[in-house]
Write a protein that binds this ligand. Structure first.
Ligand SMILES: Nc1ncnc2c1ncn2[C@@H]1O[C@H](COP(=O)(O)OP(=O)(O)O)[C@@H](O)[C@H]1O
Ligand SMILES: [Mg+2]
Length: 249
């Protein structure tokens, strides 16, 4: 997968420190078009920091972060904002706004970033609620819905602009295994149907097996191992065996 001539997302030799702490130390990875690359690694190894580089929220101290072949750090504000419109993010907590209905939460990126009229917005939001299998959820408030349903709403919002690139930060966090598997099946279905390019930060093996094309293991600021899921989870690399042995699922 890393040999792709045309990666949609590429990090090359990225170094990033916060104060004295070097979090990324020459990290390189690449995601080819239409593929999903999963990132695993111990807590605090910089997985979320990687995603924030790709969105352009943080800038590397050195090295390259490129999306669609363009150096994110060199984009003007206007170009960065245009690029962000082509990306969807699913944050760990779902990050729904409590005082807005489900429908309005999903509509938010369209209201903020487009000139679409109300009728068009309603139609698009309803289509996305149907895509994530919650067609009747529009009027509900976040406080009235389950954790699994919140993730679906977060996913509908991440996809509302029809992004070509999606970043997921622990989409399974806080979900019990059964609901988590329904989210995994949904992610897989979306990837098959929409052919988006994705980075997936996740520690649950089942999620990665269901959704990802390849997995990287990150530690000490770098990619230590990169393999397809079926090889990754059967690797006899001692560090990986130790890491996976201490993880849930
Ligand atoms: N804005 C920031 N300022 C200072 N330290 C940060 C910042 N963002 C992340 N870090 C530190 O970088 C390390 C990696 O964080 P993170 O990417 O969130 O880890 P994880 O792999 O668990 O997602 C952590 O030690 C965290 O405290
Ligand atoms: Mg994180």
């Amino acid at each position: 997968m890393s040999q792709s001539p045309d990666p949609v997302i590429e990090l090359r030799d990225v170094v990033k420190s916060f104060g004295p702490q070097r979090v990324l130390d020459g990290l390189s990875l690449a995601v080819p078009r239409g593929k999903c690359l999963a990132i695993m690694g111990p807590s605090g190894t910089g997985k979320s920091v990687i995603l924030r580089h790709v969105i352009g929220l943080i800038r590397a101290d050195s090295g390259l972060v490129a999306v669609e072949g363009r150096d994110v750090a060199k984009l003007s504000r206007k170009d960065l904002s245009a690029l962000r419109k082509r990306m969807g993010f699913l944050f760990q907590e779902g990050a729904l706004i409590n005082w807005l209905s489900v429908g309005e939460n999903v509509a938010l990126p369209l209201r903020e970033n487009t000139d679409l009229g109300d009728a068009e917005i309603r139609e698009r939001v309803q289509a996305k609620l149907e895509l994530v299998h919650i067609p009747d959820a529009w009027e509900k408030m976040p406080s009235q819905i389950s954790g699994g349903m919140k993730k679906r709403v977060g996913l509908a919002r991440a996809l509302i602009t029809d992004p070509e690139i999606v970043l997921y930060d622990e989409p399974n966090a806080g979900l019990d295994p059964e609901i988590s598997q329904s989210i995994n099946d949904l992610l897989r279905e979306l990837h098959e149907r929409l052919r988006v390019t994705a980075l997936l930060v996740e520690h649950r093996v089942r999620c990665i097996r269901t959704v990802a094309d390849e997995v990287v293991f990150i530690e000490k600021g770098r990619v230590q191992i990169q393999l397809p899921p079926h090889e990754f989870f059967h690797s006899d690399n001692p560090r990986l065996v130790q890491f996976l042995g201490t993880d849930p699922d």
